[in-house]
Design a protein around this ligand. Structure first.
Ligand SMILES: Nc1ncnc2c1ncn2[C@@H]1O[C@H](COP(=O)(O)OP(=O)(O)OP(=O)(O)O)[C@@H](O)[C@H]1O
Ligand SMILES: [Zn+2]
Length: 717
């Protein structure tokens, strides 16, 4: 930590050690919000991070922020040292809270033993056990109080336990303090478990790589690889880096990174990812990303950030707890003071009831219920290649009523095959059409463009001419000059705009489109030179994926830029509603229309290349595509495995998570309400209340942890 007042640009994320429950989060948040240069704070015990933004025109004062956090008893860790996923995850008995559990448990056991061996000692052993367990709690209550926040769980505990000692209920106090420590430790365990299930991903990347220098492999640290270097990967090895294959071919098991269970054949020129397994061939791979930028590192980072961003339901509970605590203290005061004044009840009796009330009012179970479940849901998703950027997205996914999907690259494999190349001019040949079209497509990234250039290269080798002044006509095609001719290659629907169309050409186009093919027509001036037909097959799991959506009660609709006839053919095969010939902006328009008609929330799934407007318009934009930058960075969620069924999986996971959260909240609130009432009425005493609270905390923690074992096979996708 530096002592100078450095300034940091907003927003900033700090790594903070020692927070392990919702109580800690709120303490840090309320202390930091008080600083004038901090506008918004969000602390996460799950990821061990604090995210801050400065109000407009101000900058965050890093030194003051650090000292504030440190004063609360947590440690800011130097970010440059902490790498994502590499955080400490000590076993519970090695954590401060775990040690407290052991120590106060031992003292408690000793106190009971002494009580039977030397009854004459009285309650002193229990007092000692209470005090030892209470010290850290009182300390934390005091720190929060100094920061201006009197309403903490620790304050509640301190008052209740000291009060219990005062009315000579030392055994109760000792047990309460012990159980509180157990509850706190459980929260820490749940958070660490969710964290571990993600950070474990980082261990998939091997620590060493076989760097190739002058053709000779040499062992180096994988973390030291830089883009441009070449490495050798033997069969059975894990890939040490993101890269592209320079020579060799092999099947690659990508399941560790994207949950895709079927190995993929990969050959020269194809991208490979760190952490995946090379199954059967020797590969020479050129490094394309350094270790801290590779796909798996970014996935871990995204999930950690996602876990740090609170779900709306978690924010609601935070606010709830904020008003709840003062209310409880108020009610406890009434319970203590009013009955002795208006009835014959003894002060000791009313105070005992009030203290019991305070003890059970501690909203521990409630506070951990949501973050633990949401963190677990996000982790489970990431391990199956379903990346969701935050609890808000996770929550929203389950509510989707309608999902719009692109055709090309989303419902289809996005690797169309050229089926026909035809000349439509009397003096031309099909070879000319292919040659000129391929030239136009040289720089284009559209799936059709890639298919046409690849096909041309196979057919005619490297004899493809150079294009000049090439420009993409978004959603239509490409234009440019080749061999001195001004050419355009477009979807037939724009034919009229550029040239005359004859009945003959028209008929040919209709025939090919009716076979479900996409067409590109080559035009020069007024003349139609020829056409290329391409066919893209639906993804192998498209039908199953759409049926799974239907079973979840979500309506799927295909929105495509491709020609209406071939869109209709594919839609028919997949059994969904569809609309074709839409420009990217039209797709966004449809989404907005549906929202206005109350058909939302809407999800939009695309390959992330030309459908940014629609992805942005939808409540949840889902990008399809393994490891592409666009997919990871632009959307709310991404399917790292290229599977349509991933959409239904995400929705099912979201619903399971929200069910888990609701069960947890109901459990926590139910126990609380029941025993608050029975304690206030004097039906149950402190013992029952404490057991109930610990019981609720344990149940809620177990329930959230259970979600980590979520299985996707029950959605049939
Ligand atoms: N580079 C290109 N070469 C040939 N045709 C193109 C090219 N770019 C676009 N097109 C034509 O424009 C149409 C619309 O393109 P757009 O990118 O909007 O949709 P798409 O990706 O093909 O389909 P979807 O909307 O289902 O993903 C394409 O179907 C194609 O006919
Ligand atoms: Zn805490």
């Amino acid at each position: 930590m530096s002592n100078t007042t450095s300034t940091t640009a907003a927003p900033t994320t700090l790594r903070v050690q020692g927070m392990d429950c919702g109580g800690c989060e709120r303490k840090v948040e309320s202390a930091l919000t008080r600083l004038s240069h901090v506008e918004h704070v969000s602390a996460s015990s799950v990821t061990g991070s604090v995210r801050l933004t400065a109000p407009p025109g101000k900058t965050l004062q890093r030194a003051e922020i650090e000292s504030t956090i440190n004063a609360l008893g947590y440690q800011v860790i130097d970010e440059s040292v902490a790498t994502p996923g590499a955080k400490e995850s000590a076993p519970w008995w090695r954590t401060p809270k775990g040690r407290l559990v052991l120590v106060s448990g031992a003292l408690l056991a000793l106190a009971w033993a002494l009580k039977f061996a030397w009854p004459s000692l009285g309650t002193w052993p229990f007092v000692a056990a209470t005090v030892v367990g209470l010290v850290p709690i009182v300390q934390r209550a005091g720190q929060a109080l100094k920061m201006g926040n009197p309403f903490t769980i620790e304050m509640l505990m301190s008052i209740a336990a000291l009060g219990a000692l005062a009315i000579n209920a030392a055994a109760e106090a000792a047990v309460v303090v012990f159980l509180f420590a157990v509850g706190e430790m459980l929260e820490g365990v749940a958070a660490a478990q969710a964290r571990r299930s993600i950070s474990a991903l980082s261990q998939l990347t091997p620590s060493t790589a076989r760097l190739l220098e002058q053709g000779e492999p040499r062992e180096v640290a994988a973390a030291s690889l830089v883009p441009g270097q070449r490495v050798q990967v033997r069969p059975g090895d894990r890939l040490p880096c993101d890269g592209s294959i320079i020579s060799g071919h092999s099947s690659i098991d990508e399941s560790p990174v994207n949950g895709e269970s079927v190995p993929r054949e990969k050959a020269e020129g194809e991208a490979v990812f760190a952490g995946t397994v090379n199954l059967d061939g020797v590969l020479e791979v050129e490094v394309t990303r350094s270790a801290e930028n590779n796909t798996i590192a970014r996935v871990i980072q995204l999930v950690e950030e996602a876990q740090a961003a609170k779900a709306p339901v978690a924010r609601f509970i935070d606010r709830f707890a904020f008003y709840y605590m003062p209310a409880v203290v108020g009610v406890a005061l009434l319970v203590a003071v009013v009955p002795p004044l208006v009835s014959t009840m003894l002060w000791s009796e009313s105070i005992y009831r009030a203290l019991a009330l305070l003890l059970i009012a501690c909203p521990c179970a409630l506070v951990i219920s949501t973050p633990a479940a949401v963190a677990a849901g996000l982790s489970v998703g990431a391990r199956h290649g379903l990346l969701m950027k935050g609890g808000a997205v996770l929550e929203q996914l389950g509510k989707l009523k309608r999902v719009a999907l692109d055709k090309t690259g989303t419902l289809t494999a996005g690797t169309p095959a050229v089926t026909e190349v035809e000349s439509l001019a009397a003096d031309g040949s099909a070879a000319d059409v292919l040659r000129l079209a391929a030239a136009l497509e040289q720089g284009a990234s559209h799936p059709l463009a890639i298919a046409i250039s690849d096909y041309a290269r196979q057919q005619m080798g490297e004899k493809i001419p150079i294009v000049q002044g090439a420009r993409a006509l978004a959603g239509q095609g490409v234009a440019g000059q080749v061999e001195g001719r001004e050419l355009i290659l477009v979807s037939p629907r724009y034919l009229q705009r550029f040239s005359q169309r004859s009945d003959e050409v028209e008929a040919r186009i209709a025939t090919l489109e009716a076979q479900g093919k996409s067409l590109a027509v080559l035009i020069e001036g007024e003349r139609t030179l020829g056409l290329i037909a391409l066919r893209d097959e639906p993804r192998e799991d498209a039908l199953r994926g759409l049926q799974a959506l239907e079973r979840l009660g979500v309506q799927a609709i295909m929105l495509s830029g491709d020609n209406a006839r071939s869109v209709a053919v594919i839609a028919e095969r997949l059994g969904i509603e569809a609309e074709g010939e839409l420009m990217p902006e039209d797709k966004a328009q449809r989404v907005r229309q549906w929202q206005a008609q109350g058909l939302g929330p809407i999800g939009k799934v695309g390959d992330g290349i030309n459908d940014a407007p629609a992805l942005a318009a939808a409540e949840v934009g889902i990008a399809m595509g393994s490891g592409t930058d666009v997919a990871l960075e632009t959307a709310d969620a991404a399917l790292l495995k290229n599977r349509v069924s991933g959409i239904a999986e995400m929705i099912a996971l979201s619903r399971a998570t929200m069910r888990n959260v609701k069960t947890n909240v109901a459990l926590a609130l139910g126990f609380k309400a029941l025993f608050l009432v029975s304690t206030a009425l004097g039906i149950t005493g402190m013992w029952v209340a404490v057991m109930a609270d610990t019981g609720a905390t344990v149940l809620v923690t177990l329930n959230a942890l259970h979600l980590l074992r979520y299985r996707f096979n029950d959605i049939g996708a």
